[in-house]
Design a protein around this ligand. Structure first.
Ligand SMILES: Cc1cc2nc3c(=O)[nH]c(=O)nc-3n(C[C@H](O)[C@H](O)[C@H](O)COP(=O)(O)OP(=O)(O)OC[C@H]3O[C@@H](n4cnc5c(N)ncnc54)[C@H](O)[C@@H]3O)c2cc1C
Length: 414
């Protein structure tokens, strides 16, 4: 069968996979009247089995009722919970850390223990340090051995987070603050030091007006935080994908290993202490010297705090040899409703993603691995190569080429 006929609609692909997480705002900006634009030139991605370098597995800490962010008591201590961030723990961590600070401040003490060293734990520790707290992180594992290191790591603040019918006004308010603070903070971290960056994402599709799938969280994010506000539809001949259209938008993204190591360094540089320790019971926590304890143990809260609502959503990524020249993400939904996707990072080109609810195994699922790589081979091998001698495109080419005089500052008088 012609692969083109296999491609249905890719625009909802990221959302459907829990990758995009939030809906694109407004109708696509496509005008039947406008003349075709030159084709964007994208470096071809080389997907083949002999370029596979590893497959990683992480268990997202999901709760149907959303993350838990509230103050409690543990004997005489203030215990603050901050866990259960599902597929959004890289996206929401800074804001959740601010909210933890708001809950801690009234205690009037300046010494805190943070339990857990993933993205929520590290960001919470930094937010407390910024308020003048003396912070110790206690954790059974530290980067690179956390769920956060196994993340696909886009700014996906609503991904796999809460069942719509479980939302409450109080939870929504916490979520919005978390999403806003985090979005702003991550923007300020863009650059090689933290491994945070903006990237063009293309959804290859035969439908220029795809309907968003799944979710029910459409109004969760305030308008200015929605990805896809700058989305534009590239028509036939304007993009290299084997589909009629490609919907392009900018996304904020994170390289987990660069980012988490940088947070650890910052935490230590600001006087933090890091203790490797696993807690088996609340009693052990109550014996800590710090008067404030922040629980950022993610899925660890299932046994440590007996939160039976926590459920793992297993996610699996396969990575290929990095290609620095590939500076875009792309995805498409195929006829069998599975996806082909690539996400280029300096530690490898991520192929695919997955969501297996209720699966605790950390072993790669061979069937998913095969499907992700085979789909990517089938789809991306059909991309048109860039025209010889042309520059690769990062963003839209100028509509009209500037006159050569512009580059030499020649005025009309010359
Ligand atoms: C494949 C995949 C793709 C993802 N994509 C995205 C994405 O695009 N965007 C996004 O925002 N999020 C994404 N996520 C989700 C994100 O990675 C998680 O929400 C986040 O990592 C959860 O952080 P955490 O702190 O809860 O868990 P972890 O990072 O695992 O940290 C938990 C910490 O608690 C410690 N701990 C646990 N129990 C104990 C105990 N009993 N005693 C001592 N220490 C303990 C652990 O050792 C660890 O240090 C993805 C996840 C996966 C797996």
């Amino acid at each position: 069968m012609d692969r083109r006929t296999m491609v249905k609609s890719g625009a909802a692909a990221l959302v459907g996979m829990g990758l995009g997480g939030c809906r694109a705002a407004g109708p696509p900006r496509v005008s039947a009247a406008r003349p075709p634009r030159p084709r964007v030139n994208l470096a071809p991605v080389r997907v083949s089995w002999d370029r596979v370098i590893r497959t990683t597995v992480g268990l997202r800490p999901h709760r149907d009722g959303g993350f838990v962010l509230r103050a409690d008591k543990l004997d005489e201590k203030l215990l603050i919970h901050n866990y259960g961030h599902g597929g959004a723990g890289m996206s929401l961590a800074w804001g959740c850390g601010t909210l933890v600070g708001d809950l801690a401040d009234p205690a009037g003490v300046r010494r805190a223990a943070v339990i857990g060293c993933g993205s929520p734990g590290l960001s919470t520790a930094r937010q407390l340090q910024r308020r003048g707290y003396d912070v110790t992180i206690y954790a059974a594992t530290v980067p690179p051995d956390t769920t956060s290191n196994m993340s696909w790591a886009g700014y996906t603040p609503t991904s796999g987070l809460i069942e719509p019918e479980r939302r409450t006004p109080a939870w929504d308010a916490q979520f919005r603050t978390a999403a806003e603070v985090s979005y702003r903070q991550l923007q300020l971290m863009v650059g090689p030091r933290y491994g945070v960056y903006w990237i063009d994402s293309y959804n290859a599709t035969d439908d220029p007006n795809p309907r968003p799938r799944g979710g029910g969280d459409g109004d969760l994010l305030p308008e200015p935080l929605r990805t896809g506000r700058d989305r534009e539809v590239l028509g036939p001949g304007e993009h290299p994908f084997p589909t009629q259209y490609a919907i392009r938008q900018s996304n904020l993204a994170i390289e987990p290993s660069i980012y988490l190591d940088a947070l650890v360094r910052d935490f230590l540089a600001f006087g933090g202490r890091l203790v490797i320790r696993r807690f088996e019971s609340r009693r052990e926590l109550a014996a800590l010297p710090e008067p404030v304890i922040v629980n950022c143990t993610g899925l660890g809260s299932f046994s440590l705090f007996d939160d039976q609502e926590l459920v793992p959503v297993k996610g699996q990524l396969t990575l290929l040899v990095p290609q620095p020249e590939v500076n875009y993400r792309a995805s498409a939904r195929l006829a069998d409703d599975s996806n082909a996707s690539i996400n280029p990072r300096s530690d490898g080109i991520v192929v695919g993603n997955s969501q297996e609810r209720g699966v605790w195994s950390m072993e790669p699922n061979e069937e998913i691995r095969k499907r992700n790589v085979d789909n990517a081979i089938a789809f991306f091998s059909r991309m048109a190569p860039p025209a010889p001698g042309t520059r690769l495109t990062r963003s839209e080419a100028p509509r009209v080429a500037p006159a050569v005089e512009r580059f030499f500052d020649w005025s009309d008088a010359h």
